[in-house]
Each structure stands twice: as structure tokens, then as C-alpha cells.
Design a protein around this ligand. Structure first.
Ligand SMILES: NC(=O)C1=CN([C@@H]2O[C@H](COP(=O)(O)OP(=O)(O)OC[C@H]3O[C@@H](n4cnc5c(N)ncnc54)[C@H](OP(=O)(O)O)[C@@H]3O)[C@@H](O)[C@H]2O)C=CC1
Ligand SMILES: O=C(O)C1=N[C@H](C(=O)O)C[C@H](O)C1
Length: 268
């Protein structure tokens, strides 16, 4: 069986390092290349240096060269970087796994357009457990469709730059869809001052940022006399990285199309 050759973008970032480790530990994956932005202090260093074991894969600063060497680029960076790498992958006919969050509406259109030419997995959370929770939320929302106020609470490390998290927003989208609501119109992100009574159709989002919290998400269904909470807590970033490797394997042999982790995990 041919291994899937992957290029890791943002290879020295928190997720980049995990992705490198997961790729090196996956028998079906070959770490073909790793790259960073030009000017990064990590360019020219072995990807294994930070974990103490040389691999022979040197961090480059030329995205085109790195993506050319692979079947699939795995990108957990920032929206600007992701869009640039996506365009290169489209031009070069390479598969793309996108974990980056915080993309705007136009950015998501660009992802959809690229997926007409190359296969793309785009998912705000690649951990199996979180994707199981997404399914549980569909069931919960169907049952708790009247008389329950819905709030999504998420907590992440102090370095996270986007809020609410991509996972929290996806949780809100899932619940809103099941209830026939449009999240664009019913989301309330934070409250302050004299807000008036809570409107029943809203879905609230609360964000905590602190220390080294890897990622916690709770969806609260609060009724009169009872509360239901569905919670996922991450203790490590490795499940995200392992999920990304599964996604890269899933895309192998596909010509095009837009997928998420529910497709990869066969949960649809
Ligand atoms: N889908 C999922 O399962 C998960 C998604 N994420 C998402 O992944 C993303 C990255 O998170 P994390 O690893 O913590 O972030 P980090 O800041 O640790 O890493 C980001 C990496 O991307 C690089 N980078 C930043 N901007 C650009 C750019 N414009 N072009 C190219 N490279 C760039 C950074 O380089 P430099 O340091 O030089 O700026 C760095 O190497 C976030 O959007 C996060 O929400 C995180 C975990 C799981
Ligand atoms: O930035 C992070 O760390 C994470 N980001 C993703 C998100 O925004 O949902 C996934 C996970 O929660 C970790």
C-alpha cells in the first residue's frame, strides 16, 4: 500500500508540532515536507528537533515546493495562510485538510470553490470525541425542542486568537439547524449591561480564555426545573492531529469534493 505523503503547514505551531508527531507515528502516512512562513526562526531546522529526535525533514519556507512534494497539505495555521496554501494546492492538484478556525464567509466560499477541483476536508475539530458530541447534540436538540434555553460555553488557552471557537460555532449551528433556526440571526455572543430578559429563540455563546486550557466545550440546555449539559474536554492536542491523519487518508484517491470529519468518520 502506498503511503499518503503529507506536507504540514505551520509546522512549528502548537498543532503543527502535533501533526508532525502524528504523521511520523502513522504507518500509512509519510511526512513528505514541512514548512513555515519566510522569516520564521524554525526555517532550516529539522522538524524533529523540538521533540529531540532528528527526522531528516527540514522545515522549509517555500509553500509551493513543500506542497509539490506531497499528496495532501495539512493546514492548521491562520485564515490568510490557509487560503494561500489552499490556492496553491488547487493549482498543483493536491488534497487539503483544513483545521484552521476563524474563517469568514468569503473565506468559506473560497474553500467550497477550491473543493470543486481538489478534495478538501474542512472541520473545526478533528477529535473523534467532539464529533461524537456533534451527533449527540442532534439527538438532544430534537428532544429538548421546547422550553429549554441553549447556551454554548467554551474555554481555551490564552494564546487562542479567535472567539467563539470554531467548535462552539459548529455546535451552535447543529443545534440551530435541528431546531429550524438560523444561527446568523439567533446567536448572542456575550452579554453586558441591561440586556432585558432572555429571548427564548436565542443561542448564547460564552468564551473563557486562560492559561494552557487545551479546549473545553459545553452545550447547556436550561429548562425550568432541570438542566442538561453535554460536555467535551480535551486533555491533549494529539486527538486533533490523529484525526487530521485520518482525514488525509480519507482523501487519498478522491478527485474533488468538500468533506468534514463526519464524512471521514462515517457518521453521516
Ligand atoms: N480543527 C481542529 O481540530 C483544531 C483546530 N485548531 C485551529 O488550528 C489553528 C492553529 O492553532 P495553533 O496551532 O494553536 O496556533 P499556533 O499559533 O500555535 O500555530 C500557527 C502556525 O501557523 C503559522 N502561521 C500563522 N500565520 C500564518 C500565515 N499567515 N501563513 C502561514 N503560516 C502562518 C504560525 O507561524 P508563526 O508562529 O511564524 O506566526 C504557526 O506556525 C487555529 O485556527 C486553531 O483554532 C486547533 C486545534 C484543533
Ligand atoms: O485553538 C485551539 O486550540 C482550538 N481550536 C479549535 C476551535 O476553535 O474549535 C479546536 C479546539 O477547540 C482547539
Amino acid at each position: 500500500m502506498n503511503k499518503v505523503r503529507v506536507a504540514v503547514a505551520g509546522a512549528s505551531g502548537r498543532m503543527g508540532r502535533m501533526l508532525v508527531e502524528a504523521a511520523l507515528n502513522d504507518d500509512a502516512i509519510e511526512l513528505a515536507s514541512a514548512f513555515e512562513q519566510p522569516g520564521s526562526a524554525f526555517v532550516g531546522r529539522d522538524v524533529g528537533e523540538t521533540s529531540g529526535a532528528a527526522t531528516g525533514v527540514i522545515i522549509g519556507d517555500d509553500a509551493r515546493t513543500a506542497i509539490s512534494a506531497a499528496d495532501c497539505v495539512i493546514d492548521f495555521t491562520r485564515p490568510e495562510g490557509t487560503l494561500r496554501h489552499l490556492a496553491l494546492a488547487r493549482e498543483l492538484g493536491k488534497a487539503v485538510v483544513i483545521g484552521t478556525t476563524g474563517l469568514g464567509t468569503d473565506d468559506k466560499v473560497a474553500v467550497e470553490q477550491a473543493s470543486r477541483d481538489v478534495p478538501v476536508v474542512f472541520a473545526p475539530n478533528m477529535a473523534v470525541g467532539v464529533n461524537a458530541v456533534f451527533r449527540l447534540l442532534e439527538v438532544a436538540a430534537k428532544i429538548l425542542d421546547e422550553g429549554y434555553d441553549i447556551e454554548v460555553i467554551e474555554a481555551h488557552h490564552r494564546f487562542k486568537v479567535d472567539a467563539p471557537s470554531g467548535t462552539a460555532l459548529r455546535m451552535g449551528e447543529i443545534v440551530a439547524r435541528e431546531l429550524g433556526r438560523d444561527l446568523e440571526h439567533c446567536a448572542i455572543c456575550g452579554r453586558e449591561g441591561v440586556t432585558g430578559e432572555r429571548k427564548s429563540e436565542t443561542i448564547g455563546f460564552s468564551t473563557i480564555r486562560g492559561g494552557d486550557i487545551v479546549g473545553d466545550h459545553t452545550v447547556l440546555f436550561a429548562g425550568l426545573g432541570e438542566r442538561i449539559e453535554i460536555t467535551h474536554k480535551s486533555g491533549s492536542r494529539m486527538p486533533y492531529a490523529v484525526g487530521a491523519m485520518r482525514a488525509a487518508r480519507f482523501l487519498s484517491g478522491r478527485r474533488n469534493g468538500l468533506f468534514d470529519m463526519q464524512d471521514v468518520l462515517g457518521l453521516r
